[in-house]
Design a protein around this ligand. Structure first.
Ligand code: COA
Length: 190
């Protein structure tokens, strides 16, 4: 089993390919990170918003950002669709979290369901991770559906968390374990 973050994977699905971003993706990432519809129901402190320039973000994704999370680009036949993220890996606890955000042109086509499935499959089948968690805003019904369709169960409902909006955000916490996993995981406060 590979240790998570020991490689930058390329993960191919039926609809999407997830791969590391490179400088040729800068113009698409710049448009994406300025799209208000993408960022309504996600934390305000995501790495791609840390730097104004998309080139600077890409330049730091696999040096500075990789210490905390692995962000891959998601691409369909037409090109850039959005970002897939694995974060919150703190060995020796073999747990990681997944998340994602897509351009509106990519919504409603099953892309997010596949994207989360690809991340979960990679984590549970190819790395040392045994437990995968996710967090969704209570009001984000589409995200909850995507997570449920990937076999997660809701462990907590409506937990107030600081997502950077100046007031607590009501969040659902989700968990998915690998086959044969005997580890117990509880969220803080559960
Ligand atoms: C949330 C998001 C990732 C979903 O992506 P997507 O590619 O449209 O998702 P999918 O097509 O795989 O599945 C969405 C499911 O939610 C359903 N859905 C969409 N909007 C919904 C709503 N308002 N209420 C209930 N269900 C809804 C769809 O019908 C679909 O279910 P179905 O396959 O049973 O029909 C996408 O809208 C997005 O990137 N939003 C902005 C960023 C974001 O919120 N990210 C998630 C953070 S946790």
């Amino acid at each position: 089993m590979k240790k998570l973050f020991s490689e930058l994977p390329e993960i191919a699905g039926r609809l999407l390919t997830l791969r590391p971003l490179d400088m040729s993706d800068a113009a698409a990432l710049a448009r994406f990170k300025n799209d208000p519809d993408v960022y309504k129901r996600v934390p305000a402190f995501l790495f791609e918003q840390k730097y104004e320039s998309a080139e600077e973000v890409i330049g730091k994704l696999y040096t500075e950002c990789i210490k905390e999370s692995l962000i891959l680009g998601a691409f369909d036949e037409e090109g850039f669709c959005g970002l897939a993220e694995i974060y919150g890996y703190k060995p020796p606890l073999l747990k990681a979290s997944v998340g994602g955000r897509l351009l509106p042109r990519c919504w409603g086509k099953g892309y997010a369901t596949e994207m989360i499935g690809l991340l979960v499959g990679y984590l549970l089948n190819e790395t040392d991770v045994e437990i995968v968690t996710a967090s969704t805003m209570v009001e984000n019904k589409a995200a909850a559906k995507v997570i449920k369709k990937n076999g997660f169960r809701r462990a907590m409902h409506g937990v107030p968390e600081d997502w950077g909006f100046g007031r607590p955000t009501a969040v659902d916490k989700w968990i998915r374990t690998g086959v044969g996993c005997r580890m117990e995981y509880r969220f803080r406060g559960q």
